[in-house]
Design a protein around this ligand. Sequence first.
Ligand SMILES: NC(=O)c1ccc[n+]([C@@H]2O[C@H](COP(=O)([O-])OP(=O)(O)OC[C@H]3O[C@@H](n4cnc5c(N)ncnc54)[C@H](OP(=O)(O)O)[C@@H]3O)[C@@H](O)[C@H]2O)c1
Length: 215
Amino acid sequence: MIKTPSTIAILGAGRVATSLASGFAKSGHQIIIGVRDAGHPASWSGPEVRFATHPDAIAAADVVFNATPGDSSVDRLGAMADALAGKLLVDVANATGRDERGAPSGMLYFNDSLAERLQSALPLTRVVKTLNTMLAPVMSNPAMVLGSPAVYLSGNDADAKATVRALLIEMGWVDTQILDLGSIETARGPEAVILLATDVMKVTGFKPFAISPVS
Ligand SMILES: NC(=O)c1ccc[n+]([C@@H]2O[C@H](COP(=O)([O-])OP(=O)(O)OC[C@H]3O[C@@H](n4cnc5c(N)ncnc54)[C@H](OP(=O)(O)O)[C@@H]3O)[C@@H](O)[C@H]2O)c1
């Protein structure tokens, strides 16, 4: 079994960061949340964590999650390429614009993906795309949806994907639910299908989901 890192950095302090921090805290990890204003955000409802600036959070961990808005991620993370060199960046952001309620609206990249753009902007960082295809609470609690949800991995580095797989298993995912799609280019599919979820929720209401093949 792969040994996962004891400290994990999460950039962003929103719904996704809260879910991930809860999941990782349960499995005994130290969590550092990267925020724009290094104080404790009043709205934080997750477990006990440390808050730091993005550069300080990145410096403290070998594995860094991007849980910030996807439409500004390439510029923001690209500007921190030196700090991210040698790290494993796990990108869970949606590659979409956002509507007035903050819901995904319209793909940002055609015949391309946010994950690929991040990998190009960060050549010394191993980027793995995962977890963007579900509602935030499901990320750290896959048992909350009916049936067997899937989670996808896309990335060029097999060791990096093995580490992310091990972190997912610690959060309750079963090995057979984790589908390694291949290189970073395969992030295009998981990034594109998120538009389906937005429209489905307009019909069915706001419920936990994970976009998964049924066979
Ligand atoms: N919510 C979901 O169910 C879900 C599911 C799958 C994927 N995602 C994706 O995951 C990412 C995070 O989603 P979320 O729902 O957690 O969003 P959120 O609740 O809006 O939180 C995003 C966090 O990012 C930080 N942030 C916002 N603008 C920023 C900027 N310009 N520069 C740096 N930091 C900024 C903010 O933290 P500070 O202001 O404290 O720094 C904020 O707490 C997004 O890309 C989203 O599309 C969300």
